[in-house]
Design a protein around this ligand. Sequence first.
Ligand SMILES: [Zn+2]
Ligand SMILES: [Zn+2]
Length: 187
Amino acid sequence: MKLPPNLNVYVSAALFVIGAYAVALYIGLIVWTFRDIRSRSRDVLAHIMSALLVAVFGLPGLIVYLLVRPKTTLAEEYDRTLAEEAVLHELDAKLLCPNCHQAVESDYVICPNCRHQLKLRCVGCARLVMPDWDVCPYCGRFQDEGSGEAKVMSSEPVTDEPVSVAEMDDMTTAADEPAPSEDEGAA
Ligand SMILES: [Zn+2]
Ligand SMILES: [Zn+2]
């Protein structure tokens, strides 16, 4: 069997080209991984570890990286936050009167347009409650149907301590303190 005289040269050239491709691919994978992790994480340690993973293990390392990398990029995360905020703002802005559908603020008691009762003020703690709630969630007082007045829970023990008019005034205006249950408060 007679080999061509310069076969060695051809084989060397082919090996060189293949080797060059392999090296370029290897470096390309590392660079790609480094850029990819930088777009997904701000953690410098994660950047180094990901690049090292691919540098040491090559293609299998890249597969492992693809499996464990953060799902979303920082840009996508930012976009999602913006979208969520926009939705929340829209919800805030679109608080409408159920009667006339005019825009109202969340702390309005009565619709300024149609005078629809939007909220009630609890006479126990003076905080705003919904008209259809029969008990104040803040101080526990039962609210009278429709009138906006509150009456005392009958099952609650009544304190013997007499309450002065001034103290009662305090109770109805204080927004933060839950008022003790008193029979006199129902008047
Ligand atoms: Zn209205
Ligand atoms: Zn209350």
